[in-house]
Design a protein around this ligand. Structure first.
Ligand SMILES: Cc1cc2nc3c(=O)[nH]c(=O)nc-3n(C[C@H](O)[C@H](O)[C@H](O)COP(=O)(O)O)c2cc1C
Length: 320
C-alpha cells in the first residue's frame, strides 16, 4: 500500500480507522493499530468543552505512542472555539487535527456544527482559515457528499478546503439523510477526486477486498477509511495491505481470534477507564465481536450486565 504525506506527517499506509463516537477511544485505536491501520482517529470532540477546560473531554485526547500517528477530530460551529480548541489539541500532542463536517446528529446540528456547516460556505471558510492559522500540525476535514441522494457538494467543499490550507479530505460517500446505511455513492466520490490537489480518502461501507477496491480504483483516490467493518476485525487493515500488494486474499478472523480481541479490548478498556466504566463502555462495542456466534443475544445480555472483571472471566468461559 502507498505511503501518504499529510502535511509533514508521513503515514505508513493509506488504510485508516474512522472516527466513531463512543467507540474509537484509546483502547480500540490500539487494537486497530496492531491490526495494521495507517492512521487512527479519536472520536469527535467538542471544541467548546475543550475550551472550557472540561477534564473528561481532555481525557479523550490521551494518546499513547504506540497509536501514532493519531488524528484528533473536533466539532463546533464557530471559528473562535474551533481555533482555540485546535491549539489545545496540538498542545496535547495530536499529530493531525481533523474537523468534523459530516455528522448529521441533531445534537450537533443544533449548535451549527458537523454536517450543518456544509450549508454555509462562508462560515466553513472562516472556521478552516482560523484553525489552519492557529496551529502548526496539519489540518484535515471529513465531509459527506451532501444532504440528499444524488446530490454532490463534495467537489465544492474540497475546493474551499484547498484554498484554506487543508491538507486532506475524507469523503464519507453517503448523503446525511442516509446516516450510515446504503451503498456508497461512488460516482459522487469519483467527482470528488477529479482534479483535487490534496489527498482524498474514500469512506463508506468498506468491509472487504471488493468494497475497498471499488474506492481505490477511482482515479486520484489517495486511500480508504474503515469504520464499523474494522471493529472486532482488526486484521482487515493487514489483509487489505497484503491483498493490494500480492493480489492474494488472506484468511478471515476465526471466532476464536475475535474473542481474543474482545478480551484484549476489555483489558485495555478497564486499564484506561477503570473497571466499572471500562466494562460499561464495552456494552457499546461488544456486539461487533459476538454478532455471528450462536446465542449472541443471550451473550450480549451477559455483557450488558457485567460490572466486574470476574463477571467477564465467567463470560469468557462460556464463549470458549
Ligand atoms: C457509532 C458511530 C459513531 C460515529 N462517530 C463519528 C464521529 O465521531 N466522527 C465522524 O466523523 N464520523 C463518525 N461516524 C461515521 C464514521 O466515521 C464513518 O464515516 C461511517 O461509519 C461510515 O463508514 P463505515 O461504513 O465504514 O462504518 C460514526 C459512525 C458510527 C457508526
Amino acid at each position: 500500500m502507498n505511503k501518504l504525506l499529510i502535511g509533514n506527517i508521513e503515514i505508513n499506509n493509506n488504510i485508516f480507522l474512522a472516527p466513531m463516537a463512543g467507540l474509537t477511544g484509546c483502547p480500540l485505536r490500539r487494537l486497530a493499530k496492531q491490526g495494521g491501520a495507517g492512521l487512527v482517529y479519536t472520536e469527535m470532540i467538542s471544541a467548546k468543552a475543550l475550551v472550557y477546560g472540561d477534564k473528561k473531554t481532555k481525557k479523550l485526547l490521551t494518546i499513547l505512542n504506540e497509536e501514532r500517528p493519531v488524528a484528533a477530530q473536533i466539532f463546533g460551529g464557530d471559528s473562535y472555539s474551533m481555533s482555540e480548541a485546535a491549539k489545545i489539541v496540538q498542545d496535547l500532542g495530536a499529530d493531525i487535527l481533523d474537523i468534523n463536517l459530516g455528522c448529521p446528529v441533531r445534537k450537533i446540528a443544533k449548535i451549527g456544527a458537523g454536517a450543518k456547516l456544509l450549508e454555509n460556505e462562508g462560515l466553513i471558510s472562516k472556521i478552516l482559515e482560523s484553525v489552519v492559522k492557529n496551529v502548526k500540525i496539519p489540518v484535515t476535514i471529513k465531509i459527506r457528499t451532501g444532504f440528499l441522494p444524488k446530490q454532490n457538494i463534495a467537489p465544492r467543499i474540497i475546493e474551499i478546503a484547498q484554498n484554506c490550507g487543508i491538507k486532506m479530505v475524507v469523503v464519507h460517500a453517503r448523503p446525511t439523510s442516509q446516516r450510515h446505511s446504503i451503498a456508497p455513492d461512488l460516482n459522487a466520490f469519483t467527482q470528488s477526486c477529479d482534479g483535487a490537489k490534496i489527498p482524498i480518502i474514500g469512506n463508506g461501507g468498506i468491509v472487504n477486498e471488493k468494497t475497498a477496491l471499488e474506492f481505490l480504483k477511482v482515479p486520484n483516490c489517495a486511500g480508504i477509511m474503515i469504520g464499523r467493518g474494522a471493529i472486532g476485525n482488526y486484521s482487515i487493515f493487514r489483509r487489505l495491505k497484503e491483498f493490494f500488494k500480492t493480489g492474494k486474499k488472506g484468511f478471515l478472523p476465526t471466532q476464536k481470534e475475535k474473542i481474543k480481541w474482545l478480551k484484549q479490548h476489555v483489558i485495555y478498556s478497564t486499564e484506561f477507564y477503570g473497571e466499572k466504566k471500562g466494562l460499561m463502555l464495552m456494552r457499546k462495542v461488544a456486539h461487533y465481536y459476538i454478532k455471528n456466534i450462536p446465542n449472541a443475544t443471550k451473550i450480549r445480555g451477559e455483557v450488558n450486565s457485567m460490572t466486574t472483571l470476574k463477571d467477564f472471566s465467567n463470560l469468557l468461559n462460556i464463549l470458549r
